[in-house]
Design a protein around this ligand. Structure first.
Ligand SMILES: [Zn+2]
Length: 181
């Protein structure tokens, strides 16, 4: 009997259990283990190859700002952020489909699903701050809020809808939890 949660099918459950991906379930999603076996193996390979030691589930402010900066200019989806053994940040980006190139990112093996392509970017805290440039946090937030206003996302787990601003509330709603418990 295989494990239900995606994260439990990797050797490093702790690193993935709090990610969006890690909470998908084989049975509820009507997926077969075999369909995802390669992705689980790739997750293990990713941890070894990039010496991943930590998941930044509670994102610090500068990481949030940097991700928002990327979202404005790049195709970003299913973003995850890890820290490697050198203390560098590894940003994992897995949009659906296959982009030829995402600026500043390197394409690697698939870490999300067979229908999504995974790209990663290794970066230090200093480099993130430099890339954001002169904009103040206030300017960033203003631009970002403007961009997200009125945008509705469909939850891949429960098919409910949420805006960027209530995503964290959404994943704690009864409707959503029903699907992952
Ligand atoms: Zn949901």
């Amino acid at each position: 009997m295989k494990n239900i949660k995606f994260s439990s099918n990797t050797k490093n459950e702790k690193l993935f259990k709090n990610t969006y991906w890690g909470n998908f379930e084989l049975s509820k999603e009507n997926n077969k283990y075999e369909d995802f076996e390669q992705i689980f193996k790739n997750r293990d390979l990713f941890v070894d190859e990039y010496k991943i030691v930590k998941n930044t589930e509670k994102k610090q402010r500068f990481i949030c700002e940097y991700l928002k900066h990327l979202e404005k200019t790049q195709k970003m989806d299913h973003t995850e952020v890890y820290i490697d053994s050198d203390g560098k940040y590894i940003i994992v980006n897995s949009p659906y489909g296959e982009e030829k190139q995402i600026k500043g990112f390197e394409m690697i093996y698939k870490l999300y699903a067979s229908s999504a392509t995974t790209y990663i970017k290794k970066i230090t805290k200093e480099e993130m701050k430099n890339e954001i440039g002169g904009k103040t946090q206030k300017e960033f937030m203003k631009d970002f809020i403007e961009k997200e206003k009125g945008k509705i996302y469909t939850c891949e787990i429960c098919k409910g809808t949420y805006s960027y601003f209530n995503k964290s509330t959404h994943i704690r709603t009864k409707r959503h939890l029903k699907f992952i418990e």
